[in-house]
Design a protein. Structure first.
Length: 222
């Protein structure tokens, strides 16, 4: 009986305090490789335009991990270990299953929403502290300059119906990382992001939806 009581609190602790993958009571399944047909089917369920969907190349994960070595090799040793821990956490932020990264027209990250900073139980609380009452949303996860808008473009794999990416003339570009295996957490996440977009009537916004199921299946993240 004690173990049954501890497990939900342990999962909640991981959700609030770290970016470790979360499973079980949150309705999350193990990642599985899925076909484009299934990706499109689930995208339709979430009202995601099929011509705005791309997959993430697995080399993006290798590139992220390489940043640890690159920055640490150039970092003065007197800044270790505090800065190294900070860097590792920033890198980990960028391979989470649910993310929304907002870039302005100058390629600066202005808002970053991630599953592990949402908190909440038994569902992730994306609107905690009213961060989604403005567009772009208020800052949730720490902003960084590790990953730029131009960086992400290099690792996007077009699918059968993906249109050619163009970014000129937009006030904001929003990368939405989503997947099937996060279950109801994914559905709620997409709904919150879309509802927040309705507040952006004065802005020209470009959305890029990045399917993450196969990325997680083909890497050793999970």
């Amino acid at each position: 009986m004690v173990k049954k009581q501890i497990i939900p609190f342990l999962i909640l602790f991981l959700t609030v305090t770290s970016c470790s993958p979360i499973i079980g009571i949150y309705g999350i399944r193990m990642p599985k490789e899925i076909s484009e047909k299934k990706i499109y089917r689930f995208a339709k369920r979430y009202k995601i335009p099929k011509n705005e969907i791309y997959q993430l190349d697995t080399s993006y994960y290798s590139w992220l991990l390489s940043l640890d070595t690159f920055y640490c090799d150039t970092m003065p040793r007197n800044l270790w270990p505090k800065e190294k821990i900070k860097l590792k956490n920033q890198i980990k932020n960028h391979y989470q299953p649910l993310q929304a990264i907002y870039f302005d027209s100058t390629n600066h990250m202005v808002s970053f929403q991630i599953n592990c900073y949402a908190g909440g139980f038994p569902n992730l609380k994306w609107d905690r502290d009213s961060i989604l009452t403005l567009f772009p949303p208020k800052v949730q996860a720490p902003l960084d300059s590790l990953v730029l808008d131009t960086t992400l473009r290099k690792y996007l794999q077009p699918m059968a119906h993906s249109k050619q990416l163009t970014f000129k003339g937009y006030d904001y570009v929003v990368y939405v990382f989503w997947n099937k295996f996060m279950g109801r957490q994914n559905r709620r996440f997409i709904n919150f992001i879309h509802s927040n977009y309705n507040l952006s009537s004065d802005n020209n916004v470009k959305f890029v939806y990045v399917s993450m199921d196969n990325f997680f299946t083909l890497t050793d993240i999970w």
